[in-house]
Design a protein around this ligand. Sequence first.
Ligand code: ACO
Length: 434
Amino acid sequence: MTQKVQIIIDGKTVDLPVLEASNGLNVVDVRELISEGIYTYDPGFLSTAACDSSVTYIDGDNGVLLYRGYPIEQLANQSSHLEVCFLLLNGELPSQTQLSSFEQEIQSRMPVDDHLQHIFEGFTEHSHPMSMLCAAVGGLASLYHDGLDIYNADHRRETALNLIAKIPTLAAMTYRKTKGEAFLAPDPSLNYAENFLHMCFGKEGERPNVSPTIAHAVDQIFILHADHEQNASTSTVRMAGSTEANPYAVMSAGIAALWGPSHGGANEAVLDMLGEIADESRIEEYVEKAKDKDDPFRLMGFGHRVYKNFDPRATVMQESCHAVLNELGVDDPLLRIAQKLERIAREQDYFIERKLYPNIDFYSGITLKAIGIPTSMFTAIFTLGRMPGWITHWDEMLSAPFKIARPRQLFLGPGKRDYTDIKIRNVDENLRSH
Ligand code: ACO
C-alpha cells in the first residue's frame, strides 16, 4: 500500500508521498513543502536522506553493513580490496578475467607524474600527511582537467581508475616525505596492499620484502573502509561534485572532511588518547572524564552515529588486530590499556545505556601502530581505503539527473536595519544586544 504522511500547516492539510526503500527505512518526500512556504529543519542530517543510492546499506541497530548487497564480513574475509573496488564501481562482483584485467588497469596507472611529485617540495618533514594528500590529490586536477567531461561515463571510469591507482602511491609519498626519504616507485610484481607497504617501507635497490599477514591485514583495512553510505566525507564529495567541479578537486574536499577527529581522524585520536592515558592505573580517571558532562573529553574510538549496537567492521578488525599482534609478537602496553577500556565500556551503565561500543577506529589504530605506521598516517590510510566509495558515489550522482546541493536555513539573525556611520555608531550597545 502506498504510504503518505499528512501535515497540517495553518489548518491546511498537505499530503507528502512516502518513497519506498528496497531495504531499511522509507523516506518522506518533502520537496513539495517549499510551495507551502515552509522548510524542514534537520541540522546534522540526523533524519534526512539527501539522495537515493544503490551502493551501500547499513542497518545500524543490527550491525549490518552491505556493499552492493554483500556483507562486509564476507568481503573482508574472502575478497581483495581491488575486487571490492570493482564491485562498488560496477555493482557486481567480477569474473576472474574481469578482475585480472582490472588489476592490470590499476597497476599500470599507479606511477605518479614527475611534475606532480614536485608538489611535495612545498612541504616539510613535519607536515601532516593529510595536508599533503589534500594538496596532491587536488593537484591531480591540474593534470586531468582540460578535455575531462564529467558527463561522459568513459571519462568517469578513467577518473576512477586513476584515483584508485594513484592514491596508494601518493599516500606512500606523504609517508616518505615525513621520513625525509626518497620516493619509491610501485613494483608491478606486487599486489595493491603489498605495493603500498613496499612504497612506504621498501629500500631503493632492494627486493620488496612484505609480510603476507601484514599485507592481508592492510588490505582488510582498505576493504573495511571502502564505503559507508552517506557519511560526512562522502556527503562532502557529493556536495562538492554537485557543483560540477573537477573530480580530483572534489576528492580533495572529501579528504579534508575525512581528516576531522570525529570522522577519519578518530583512529589517530585513539592512539593519542591511549598515549595520554599512558598507564593502566589512570584508565578510571579518563573514563570518569568521558562521563563528565562538564568535561569535553570523549573516549576516542567509542560510539558511532549509525551503529548503535556494534560496528560489524570492528568485529573483523578486532580479529585482524590480534592476528597481526601475534605475527609480530607485539606486547604493547597501549594494547593492554585498550583492552581494559573495551571491557569497561562493555560493563559500565553510562556506555551500555548510550550504546557506546568500540568502533573500527579503535582496533585499526592499534593494528596500524603494531605494523609500524606512525599515527599521523592513519587517516591517510583511511583515505586510501575510502577512495573507491567516494568515486562510486560521485559517479552514481552524475549518472542520473541531480541538483546542486544547496541546503536551506532557519534564520535567527537580525532583520533589515540601516547602516550607521562609524563616527556615530554605538558598538558597545550593538555587542551587548548580541
Ligand atoms: N565518549 C563518551 N561519551 C560519548 C561518546 C564517547 N566517545 N560518544 C557519545 N557519547 C555520549 C554523548 O555525550 C551523549 O551523551 P548524553 O546523551 O548524556 O548527552 C550520548 O553519548 C550520545 O552522543 P551523540 O554525540 O549524540 O552521538 P552522535 O551519534 O552524534 O556521535 C560520534 C557519534 C561523533 C562518533 C561520537 O560517539 C564520538 O564523538 N565518538 C568519539 C569519536 C570517534 O570515535 N569517532 C569515530 C566515528 S566512526 C568513523 O568515522 C569511521
